[in-house]
Design a protein around this ligand. Sequence first.
Ligand code: PRP
Ligand code: MN
Ligand code: MG
Length: 186
Amino acid sequence: MTGRFDLRLLYSREDIAAVVRALAKRIAADYAGKDLLVVGVLKGAVIFLADLIRELTIPVEIDFIGLSSYGDGVTSCGEVEVTAFPAAPIEGRHVLVVEDIVDTGLCLDALLKFLAARSPASVRVCALMVKPARHRVGVEIAYAGFAIPDKFVVGYGLDFAQRYRHLPQIYTLEEAPVEGQLASND
Ligand code: PRP
Ligand code: MN
Ligand code: MG
C-alpha cells in the first residue's frame, strides 16, 4: 500500500470488550482445574492478551513468543522468523496460543509446529480476529473473536510499519482519495 490513507473505525472499545469477555468465559470454563500456559505472539497479541487474562477467572501462567512474517508492509511475505523464544517449559502443559489476528495462517502454522515438537499436553488457539478469505493453510482456531473482511486492520496491538498499536480501538486502513488530480499538469 502506498500513498496516503485514512483510518476508519471497525470495532469500538465496547465491541472489543464484549468479545474478549465472551472468549474469556469459554476459556475459563474449558480449562478450569487445569495447568494453563497462555502464550502470546509478539508483538501484536500483547494488548489482547493483557485484556483477555484479566477477564479469566482461573489462574494462568503467561509467556510470549516472537514471530514475524510481515516486515513493515501490509502483505505477508510468507516467511516466518522466530525472534524471541518462550522461557516457560512446554512439555506436558496445556498451551493456549493467543494471537491478535490470523491472516494467511502461516505464522500460526509455524508456531503450532514449534510447540508440537515440545510435547505439550494440548494446544489450542485463541485469536481476536480471523480473516477467512486469506487463510492459506488449515489451522483450527478453537476460540475466534471477529471474522473480518479482507482489509488491513490496525490498533489494539496491530500495527502498520510499527505504528498504531497503541490505539484502543480497531480501524481499517483505507486508501485516501488522491487530491489535486485535475491540476496535475500545471
Ligand atoms: C501479524 C499478526 C499475526 C500474523 C498473522 O504479525 O500479528 O501474528 O501477522 O499473519 P499470518 O496469518 O499471515 O501469518 P506480524 O508478523 O505483523 O508481527 P507483529 O505481531 O509484531 O506486528
Ligand atoms: Mn503478530
Ligand atoms: Mg505486524
